[in-house]
Design a protein around this ligand. Sequence first.
Ligand SMILES: Nc1nc2c(c(=O)[nH]1)N[C@H]1C(S)=C(S)[C@@H](COP(=O)(O)OP(=O)(O)OC[C@H]3O[C@@H](n4cnc5c(N)ncnc54)[C@H](O)[C@@H]3O)O[C@H]1N2
Ligand code: MOO
Length: 402
Amino acid sequence: MISVDEAKKIIIENVSPLAPTEVYFEDARGFCLAEDVRSDIDMPPFNRSAMDGYAVIAEDTKTAPVVLKIIENIAAGDMPAKKVSQGCVSKIMTGASVPEGADAVVRFEDTDDTGEEDRVKISKSVKTGANISNRGEDIQIGQIVLHAGMQIRPQEIGILATVGKSVVKVYPAPAVGIISTGNELVNVDEKPSPVQIRNSNSYSLAAQARRMNAGVEILGIAGDRKEDIVEIMTRGLQKDVLILSGGVSMGEYDLVGDVLKEAGVRIYFEKVALRPGKPVIFGKKDKTLIFALPGNPVASLVTFELFIYPAIRKLMGFSSLSRTTVAALLETDISTKRRRREFRPARCQWKENTWSVSPVEWHGSADLLATTKANCLLIIPEEAETLSKGQLIDIILLDNLC
Ligand SMILES: Nc1nc2c(c(=O)[nH]1)N[C@H]1C(S)=C(S)[C@@H](COP(=O)(O)OP(=O)(O)OC[C@H]3O[C@@H](n4cnc5c(N)ncnc54)[C@H](O)[C@@H]3O)O[C@H]1N2
Ligand code: MOO
């Protein structure tokens, strides 16, 4: 049996990024940029007022309070028409172009009314450059503003808009197919008999993959007969990633491993030293990555986050592949089972300048409801004999906000 780290390493070594594709920039959120993006403009594109006020010659304000003559009113988007000369000012709004001659802006709050429409009293002196953002101080024309490999978040979308890059090259998300196996499974809208259960794994797995932007097709339920699994798997092998759930342990009807081998899938591993999720298969056929996960819903959820998450991140061109892990203070003692690395549903919160974590009440690998109370997985190392309240422990954050 291999370790979690070895399993991850094998997966990562056997995944290559998908070929980049062009998308409209508004659709690029969450994807990894596949090209450097340069600016076609300076930002700001002109010397710009950062405040509503008066464009002045700083020298004229030295003797403030001083009364100066207003020669123009410049709004954002206006081209200034007049040069500011000694003794004169232009009224200017935030975002407007600073007129020739002016070298500072005095805020409205630092002026007083004179009672005359074309005169203003400057009550406070300003230094040269005050309240002016200089042309090109943020971005210079030709500068690389976004680098290949960056994740496109809302702020990168804004930069793409700023530099007029409406079509951008990204690594696409994979097409994912999901098959659940098991004679006991029924569809969501059916009432299970006393020996049946509803298929939940297909939907939680689909949601996990969709949250990464993947295109998902739920391919259906295959009964525990080789022919059933083979038939539905043929469709799944067209995908970039095929996920199967159930039928991977030691039972007489656990046929997934055999079916994969008979279909010519190269199997890299079939068991990993972890809890929950020991029986987990990773294989590959042509370009398709195949993950066969244990049927127990928490094992399915955890093995997705541990193994499929990094595989999809790599397909999508990212270099950071795993979910965020942080150290947290354990709030209770925990008894360990040892030998396999354990991942327990837990709840963390930011308290007194540190993360604190407690395991949630959990009845094992089938208890999916417990995970709805969790926002992280607490990691119990293979070798840990006991874990005590107050010690630092690694946790994997499952949500953006905890
Ligand atoms: N003799 C052994 N038995 C088992 C072992 C073992 O090492 N030796 N491992 C156990 C572990 S650990 C797990 S996890 C399970 C994994 O079993 P399978 O992947 O073969 O899964 P199934 O037997 O098909 O199902 C297990 C459990 O999960 C329910 N299930 C299955 N599919 C779904 C679904 N789509 N939605 C919701 N629930 C599902 C299923 O009804 C079972 O209750 O094996 C142990 N046994
Ligand atoms: O490891 Mo199984 O995955 O306990 O439930």
